[in-house]
Write a protein that binds this ligand. Structure first.
Ligand code: SF4
Ligand code: SF4
Length: 64
């Protein structure tokens, strides 16, 4: 199971993680800052983590 955690205090609303996600797991808010997380499958590619300049986002794989 994949867990995506976004620290709202660190997120600067750049939207880069949304742009680089290959499966639209991350969704840009119309009226807010940090992206929403959809039910789409996360491929664990880590594109979003790599591109996030403020280390606001982490993707982890959990057992079970
Ligand atoms: S790890 Fe890849 S697939 Fe998963 S949310 Fe980030 S960019 Fe999207
Ligand atoms: S890349 Fe990082 S700072 Fe930019 S919107 Fe995504 S979580 Fe926020």
């Amino acid at each position: 199971m994949v867990k995506i955690i976004i620290d709202d205090d660190k997120c600067n609303c750049c939207g880069l993680c949304v742009e680089v996600c290959p499966n639209e797991v991350l969704i840009k808010r119309r009226d807010g800052c940090s992206p929403l997380i959809s039910d789409n499958e996360c491929y664990l590619c880590e594109n979003c983590m790599v591109v996030c300049e403020t280390d606001a986002l982490i993707v982890i794989e959990e057992d079970g």
